[in-house]
Ligand binder design. Sequence first.
Ligand SMILES: *Cc1c(COP(=O)(O)O)cnc(C)c1O
Length: 383
Amino acid sequence: MLPEFIDLVRRYYKAGNEDFIPLHAPIFNGNEINYITDTIKSTFVSSVGPYVDRFEAMIRDTTGSKYAIATVNGTSALHVALHSLGVGIGDAVITQALSFVATANAVMYTGANPIFLDVDLDSMSLSPVALERFLIDECERKEGKTVHRSSGFQVKAVVPMHTYGNPGRVKELQNIAKNWGLYLVEDSAESLGSYVDGKHTGTFGTIGIFSFNGNKTITSGGGGVLVTDEDSLGKRLKHITTTAKVPHPWEFFHDELGFNYRMPNINAALACAQLEQLENFLKEKRKISELYQNFFEKTNVWFKAEIKNTKSNYWLNTIEFPSKHERDLFLEETNRNRIMTRPAWNLLNTLPVYSKCFTDRLENSNFLSERLVNLPSGVPWKK
Ligand SMILES: *Cc1c(COP(=O)(O)O)cnc(C)c1O
């Protein structure tokens, strides 16, 4: 199967035998240079400028959210989202063990404690069954609060992540969060262009965030965005991501703890040019995913397809091996042949910073982390 796979990828990317095929490289075939040049000529390269406003309007349009606030990166967006909801010291935030480290780091920056629960095998995202079981078995409602019994932490929020762009069961999570008085904050960093029942990911929770890092579906160099439908939050998030300065021609009065988290105009220019191409990128990425899906149908490897009623952006196409051994052989051979593939992240609870955090049994997470591989998924750069 391996030589055929290598051949398939090389042919798809029109790459020679010596060319390196990355996991997900950005491509700039649109208005990128024009818009960036424009910011330089205008001198408005920093944290105010027309491209920031334009990008935020485009994100509102793409996601259907009432408010969009552009930030310096996705991690800062998630941090300020949790901060704005009053998450802090003595609190706990429930998230999934199978995620990029930024999800947990954002929780830690607030002073709160991450709790890592299991994911579903099919979506690879936070499991509603695991969430409900944890809340019933380990937590109690007390004076309108949800308290984790053994630690005394107040559970304030649930942060699911749509893994590799494949949407999770966010409606079920939303219901459970509501029943327990918890905020739902979606880490949609990887899922721009992914939908559940026709509604964009990131718009089910109180706040959603996206990332525009260089390896994501579209990039602004570095960047992120917050989305929300709540008027008070939309206004406050804009305020506290811009140092909480009260507008005044010369006075510097900041009315609460603020953050310097606004996206610079030069990055927003790049973001606008990239977002204009999103539909095309998504179409190309779907073609790649269909190619892989067809290829692996005839093998003992499981392509991780979008689950029922969802649409994945297939940010990183992912396959599951029957065993760790077979997974490792595939990783070695593909990378030796200059085709970049990589395993799932180490589970967050195994990292030194998070080794003392509460978890459930993480059965599916452990299973997946030994068997998953991400495949080259970027839009072809040669035409
Ligand atoms: C990329 C990513 C982020 C945010 O990343 P930044 O590099 O800070 O923009 C957050 N969570 C997940 C799951 C991600 O993949």
